[in-house]
Design a protein around this ligand. Structure first.
Ligand code: NAG
Ligand code: NAG
Ligand code: NAG
Ligand code: NAG
Ligand code: NAG
Ligand code: NAG
Ligand code: NAG
Ligand code: NAG
Length: 363
C-alpha cells in the first residue's frame, strides 16, 4: 500500500513541482500613489515575475482592465488603457487612465488572482480652481490698515493659501483663511490679509495643491501714497504759515508806510527849512552890502572915531540870523517866514537903535 501510495504521489509531486516553479510568480513591484490634475492622465505600473497568467487592474474595487499572459490586454472601459514592458523575465503592465475625473480618486489595485502584498496605491485627482484678489490696485496712506481679500473658488482639495509681498513670504499671523465647501465636491477658500503698509508693495496671493507644478497666483499692486498724506499735512501747515506771514507782513507794511510817511514829511519840512536858511543867508548878505554902504556914507559925514564901533556892530548883526538858524529847529525856521518884512525894520534899527545911541554916548 505504502509503495503504491508513493508511486502515485511521486508523479503527483513531480507534476506539481514542475509547474510549481511557474506558480511561484508574484508581484515584484506594485503601483505607487499618484496625484494628478483632473483632465490629465494617470499612470500606474505593476511588475510581475515570470509565470504569471493573468493581471487584473481594479479601480476602487472594480475591474477596469485585464491583461492575459497569452492574449495581451483586454480593454473594456473607454478611458482605461495599458502599455507593457518586459525586462528580462519580468513583465510590467502600465495602466493609463485618460481624462481623469475627480471621481477616479481612490484605490488602484493590481491583482494576479493570488494573495499578494503591496499591490495597491491611491490615485488623487485634484482640481485647479480659480484665484483672484477682489481688490484691484489699491492706494494706501500712511498708518492706514487695509484688508486684502483673496478668493479661491472650485478647488479640490481646498488649496493652501499663502501671501507674499514683493519676493518675501508674509507671516501666517497676518492673514486668516477660511475654507468652505463648494458645488460638485469642490472647495472654496477666502483669505483675508490685514496689513499696514509702509511702502509700495506687490502683493501676491498663492494657492497651492499637490498636483500643481507651481502655485497659482494672483497679484495686486498696493500703492503707498506717502505724498498724499504729507501734502495734506504740509498744505495745512503751509496755509497757516501763509496766514501768519500775511498778517505779519501786512503789519510790517503798515508800520513801514507810517515810517515812510513820517520820514517823507520830515524831509520835506527840512528841505523847506533849508530854502529858508538860504534865503536868510541871501538876505544877510544883502544886509552886509547895505550896511557897508551905510558905513561908507557915514564915513564921509560923521566922526572917524565912531566908525570902527559901528563896523563892529554891523559885522555882528548880520551874523545873528545865520547863527540863529544854525541852532534853530526847522519848526523855528518856520517862524522866520517874515524875514523880508523884518529887513526894513532892522535897517531902521541900525540907524536909530537904542544901541547906536548908547554907542554914541559912550564915545
Ligand atoms: C499613498 O496614499 C495613501 C492615502 O493617501 C497613504 O496612506 C499612503 O501612506 C501613501 N503611500 C505612500 C508610499 O506615500
Ligand atoms: C513604468 O515603467 C516604465 C518602464 O520602466 C517607465 O518607463 C514608466 O515611466 C513607468 N511608469 C510609471 C507611472 O512609473
Ligand atoms: C505588449 O504590448 C504589445 C504591443 O503593444 C502587444 O502586442 C502585446 O500583446 C502586449 N503583451 C501583453 C502580454 O500584454
Ligand atoms: C490652473 O488654472 C489657472 C487659471 O485657470 C491657469 O492659469 C493655470 O495654467 C492652471 N495650471 C495648470 C497646471 O493647469
Ligand atoms: C478689498 O475687498 C474686500 C472684498 O471686496 C473688501 O471687504 C475690503 O474692504 C477691500 N479692501 C480695501 C482696502 O478696499
Ligand atoms: C503714523 O503713526 C506714527 C506713530 O504712531 C506717527 O508718528 C505718525 O505721525 C503717524 N502719521 C500719520 C500721517 O498719521
Ligand atoms: C516692492 O517693490 C517696489 C517696486 O516693484 C518697490 O518700490 C518697493 O519699495 C518694494 N517694497 C518693499 C517693501 O521692498
Ligand atoms: C505667478 O504665476 C506666473 C505664471 O502664471 C509665474 O510666472 C510667476 O512666477 C508666479 N509668481 C509667483 C510669485 O509665484
Amino acid at each position: 500500500m505504502e509503495s503504491f501510495q508513493k508511486s502515485i504521489l511521486l508523479p503527483l509531486i513531480l507534476t506539481a513541482a514542475l509547474p510549481g516553479l511557474g506558480f511561484c510568480y508574484s508581484i515584484t513591484k506594485g503601483p505607487e500613489n499618484a496625484t494628478v490634475l483632473a483632465g490629465s492622465e494617470a499612470r500606474f505600473n505593476c511588475t510581475v515575475s515570470a509565470g504569471w497568467k493573468v493581471l487584473i487592474w481594479l479601480s476602487q474595487g472594480s475591474p477596469v482592465l485585464t491583461v492575459i499572459s497569452s492574449q495581451g490586454s483586454v480593454e473594456t472601459t473607454e478611458r482605461f488603457t495599458s502599455h507593457n514592458y518586459t525586462t528580462g523575465d519580468e513583465f510590467t503592465s502600465e495602466l493609463i487612465i485618460l481624462n481623469t475625473q475627480l471621481s477616479d480618486s481612490g484605490r488602484i489595485e493590481c491583482s494576479i488572482q493570488k494573495p499578494s502584498e503591496n499591490n495597491f496605491a491611491f490615485l488623487s485627482v485634484q482640481v485647479n480652481g480659480s484665484l483672484l484678489i477682489k481688490n484691484s490696485t489699491l492706494t494706501v496712506r500712511e498708518n492706514q490698515t487695509v484688508e486684502i481679500v483673496c478668493e479661491a473658488l472650485g478647488w479640490a482639495p481646498a488649496p493652501d493659501i499663502t501671501w507674499m509681498t514683493n519676493d518675501s513670504l508674509i507671516d501666517k499671523s497676518s492673514y486668516v483663511t477660511q475654507q468652505s465647501p463648494g458645488s460638485h465636491g469642490l472647495h472654496n477658500a477666502l483669505s483675508t490679509l490685514t496689513l499696514t503698509p509702509t511702502d509700495t508693495e506687490l502683493l501676491t496671493c498663492l494657492a497651492d495643491i499637490e498636483a500643481l507644478p507651481s502655485p497659482q497666483n494672483a497679484t495686486v499692486t498696493l500703492i503707498f501714497d506717502n505724498s498724499a498724506t504729507e501734502n495734506d499735512y504740509s498744505e495745512d501747515s503751509r496755509s497757516t504759515w501763509v496766514i501768519v506771514l500775511a498778517v505779519v507782513l501786512s503789519f510790517l507794511g503798515i508800520v513801514l508806510l507810517v515810517v515812510v510817511i513820517v520820514v517823507a514829511v520830515r524831509c520835506c519840512l527840512k528841505r523847506r527849512g533849508s530854502t529858508y536858511q538860504n534865503e536868510i543867508r541871501k538876505v544877510s548878505a544883502e544886509k552886509k552890502k547895505d550896511g557897508d554902504l551905510v558905513n561908507r556914507q557915514r564915513n564921509g559925514s560923521e566922526n572917524l572915531g565912531y566908525i570902527p564901533e559901528e563896523l563892529w556892530n554891523t559885522e555882528q548883526s548880520p551874523g545873528l540870523p545865520s547863527m540863529f538858524s544854525k541852532f534853530a529847529s526847522p519848526d523855528d525856521n518856520l517862524q522866520i517866514t517874515s524875514v523880508p518884512k523884518v529887513r526894513p525894520q532892522r535897517r531902521t534899527d541900525y540907524l536909530i537903535s537904542p544901541k547906536k545911541i548908547r554907542n554914541v554916548t559912550l564915545v
